[in-house]
Design a protein around this ligand. Structure first.
Ligand SMILES: [Zn+2]
Length: 178
């Protein structure tokens, strides 16, 4: 599948781990928004669009994020650590909404986005720079929190570490070089 357009919107605060939002158009006909470029251990990495996983309050059935300590609706104390675990034992608090299935395409997409990001950073240093317009991108900050960005950065670091040793059975080995 050909990547026909990548739009990058840089975040403004340089201290922010979240460096940019990104949208990618495939074959001139399908667009995926809300990818994120995050400052990782070894440079920027790309996070797929995702949503927070929720469950229901045992008392009022209100919907709460899995990390919430108290119900948003009735204030009942919720059990801590109630998220499911992934195969590596990490709490599953978010689910990707769109993502490559094969490592090879993940790497290709990653490279294209990181390149577009670097170009946008260069462009932003020029006088009269006009950021790309993204009509509704600002609202997605609601879905982000520091803890999630840290979780993603940790995962990225693990992937980097994993790339340096032989893959265990059932683990994608082609992540190397991602
Ligand atoms: Zn409740």
């Amino acid at each position: 599948m050909e990547i026909t357009e990548i739009r990058i919107k840089l975040t403004e605060d340089p201290r922010n781990k979240l460096k940019a939002y990104c949208s990618v158009t495939f074959d001139d006909c399908f667009v995926v928004r809300d990818l994120k470029i995050i400052d990782g251990v070894k440079g920027p990495f790309v996070a797929m669009p995702s949503r927070k996983l929720c469950d229901h309050c045992p008392r009022c059935k209100g919907k709460n994020h899995l990390r919430a300590g108290y119900c948003n609706d009735c204030g009942t104390k919720l059990p801590p650590d109630r998220a499911g675990r992934d195969p590596r034992g990490r709490a599953r608090l978010h689910a990707d909404l769109a993502h490559p299935i094969h490592s090879q395409y993940r790497i290709e997409l990653h490279k294209a986005i990181v390149k577009a990001y670097a170009e946008e950073v260069e462009r932003s240093k020029q006088e009269g720079y006009q950021p790309v317009s993204f009509d509704d991108l600002d609202e997605i900050e609601d879905f982000l929190d520091e803890a999630y960005l840290e979780e993603l950065a940790k995962r990225d670091a693990e992937r980097q570490a994993g790339a340096r040793r032989p893959a265990r059975p059932g683990e994608a080995s082609a992540e190397a070089g991602a």
